[in-house]
Write a protein that binds this ligand. Structure first.
Ligand SMILES: Cc1cc2nc3c(=O)[nH]c(=O)nc-3n(C[C@H](O)[C@H](O)[C@H](O)COP(=O)(O)OP(=O)(O)OC[C@H]3O[C@@H](n4cnc5c(N)ncnc54)[C@H](O)[C@@H]3O)c2cc1C
Length: 436
């Protein structure tokens, strides 16, 4: 029996497993494909801002591995070590038992984690947006702060509870800010307070909002953010984070109880542990997605520094667009290494980006066509509904969008994701020592 082990069930690992199982089904039914991941789903991250904004339910953006990956054994666990000589991986299962698995081909797709900087108080008081736990925590926390503000007699503290700071004005941070704004507006409407009393700050060290969409759309986005009452401050970041205030790099002090940190990503912690060459925290691979010097070992997605053959000298950016396509090429090249088909190098030209900017507005540049406003909104929503890889999820997300057209967002916080669940270390699967 020949075995292929895939590490991670994100865009890359999921697509690789699905395509590989199809490719090998007839010609190599003897090959056993296993996929190890701490979760039993593939997370459609582009809609996490919608989850944080209370627009879409968290289950709708999780694609269950059960029945989506026919012919693949899904194993719950986090890979801790790879033994390249002995061709085994060691992983910890959900009951904290250590187990080992033999491989003939290994596919490393553990994705990325939020990049943290040495800002005092950041890891303790800020929260990211890489997991459903973080998205749900942010939603619940914002609602709770608005509810507490409503009955707070101290005007300074009331204002602090109604101030939300988002750091990172790339597409995901900007989408988060506008979705939280829409949630706050909905809450204001239902709880009968003035929505302009909720203050939003969007910070970035860069000179432009969303450099990914170009100058013209970036400026359009900035205008809309201003109209939505979001105070964009460029060339500024956090200097200190405290439980009830932050200090910015220009030394201004902002009283706030909510800080979201969405500034960028670096390769998953497993990559550093491998002790292999990396570039910007991502594992170096060839254009055929092989790990140099280790035959039978492949890697791609956010975890890998994949050469961008359309722009020599550069690596492909960490996006779902590349991750999904790299997953397919991985499958093809792993199959080729097992005698099925021929390998190919990874080549993909960026097809543009869609960015949802809240009610009735988006910006998008599909195939370099610059769109903004309502037409971009339709393209953005249609794109996501098309791109989610399962009919039931598409159906549920479409219904959520339709519901949002006619009704206010629900102001409900179940508190199921605690502050600890949403810590950066928890979303990376690193256990946090319990206090006391
Ligand atoms: C909020 C947000 C919005 C985004 N919006 C967009 C967008 O609009 N368009 C776009 O193109 N991209 C977007 N992205 C980027 C996109 O999500 C990533 O590029 C993509 O998820 C990368 O896929 P991946 O498979 O490499 O990693 P991931 O999707 O992160 O998956 C990694 C998987 O590996 C697992 N894993 C990690 N460590 C281990 C381990 N040690 N053992 C086993 N399993 C492990 C994880 O649990 C996960 O299942 C967004 C990202 C975020 C966070």
């Amino acid at each position: 029996m020949t075995s292929v082990v895939i590490v991670g069930s994100g865009f890359t690992g999921f697509e690789c497993a699905r395509t590989l199982a199809k490719k090998l089904r007839k010609q190599r039914p003897d090959v056993e494909i296993s996929l190890i991941s701490p979760v039993d789903y593939m997370l459609y991250t582009p809609l996490l801002p919608d989850v944080a904004g209370g627009l879409v339910d968290a289950r709708f953006v999780a694609i269950p591995l059960a029945n989506a990956l026919r012919g693949v054994q899904a194993i719950r666990g986090r890979v801790d070590e790879v033994d390249f000589e002995g061709r085994t991986v060691t992983f910890t299962d959900p009951e904290k038992r250590s187990r080992a698995l033999q491989w003939d081909r290994l596919v490393l797709t553990p994705g990325s984690v939020t990049k943290l900087f040495d800002v005092p108080g950041l890891a303790e008081h800020a929260r990211g947006l890489k997991s459903t736990a973080e998205a749900l925590y942010l939603r619940d926390h914002v609602i709770q702060q608005l509810e507490l503000a409503d009955v707070d007699d101290d005007p300074g503290r009331r204002r602090a509870r109604r101030t939300i700071v988002v750091v990172g004005a790339s597409y995901s941070g900007t989408e988060l800010a506008v979705q939280l704004r829409a949630l706050a507006d909905s809450a204001a409407n239902q709880m009968s307070f003035d929505p302009s009393e909720v203050n939003f700050l969007l910070l970035d060290l860069a000179e432009q909002v969303m450099p990914e969409v170009g100058e013209k759309l970036g400026e359009a986005a900035q205008r809309v953010l201003k109209e939505r009452g979001i105070d964009v401050r460029l060339g500024v970041t956090l200097k200190e984070v405290h439980a009830e205030h932050v200090v910015l790099s220009d030394d201004s002090l902002i009283r706030t109880h909510t800080v979201a940190w969405v500034t960028g990503v670096t390769g998953a912690p497993l990559i550093e542990k491998l002790g292999l060459p990396t570039e910007r925290g991502r594992l170096k691979v060839t254009t055929e997605l092989q790990v140099p010097g280790h035959s039978g070992v492949f890697a791609a997605g956010d975890a890998a520094a994949v050469p961008d053959v359309t722009q020599p000298g550069k690596i492909t950016p960490p996006t779902a667009q590349h991750a999904t396509r790299q997953g397919k090429v991985l499958a093809r090249n792993v199959a080729a290494s097992l005698g099925v088909g021929k390998p190919k190098r990874y080549k993909h030209r960026n097809m543009g980006l869609v960015v949802d900017l809240g009610p009735r507005y988006a910006v998008a540049n599909p195939l370099n066509v610059q769109l903004s406003g309502f037409p971009a909104k339709i393209v953005t929503r249609a794109y996501h509904v098309y791109a989610i890889p399962r009919f039931v999820n598409r159906w549920a997300v479409t219904l959520a969008y339709l519901t949002d057209l006619f009704f206010d967002r629900p102001v409900v916080s179940f508190g199921l994701s605690t502050q600890e669940d949403a810590q950066f270390s928890a979303s990376e699967g690193i256990p946090t020592p319990k206090a006391g």
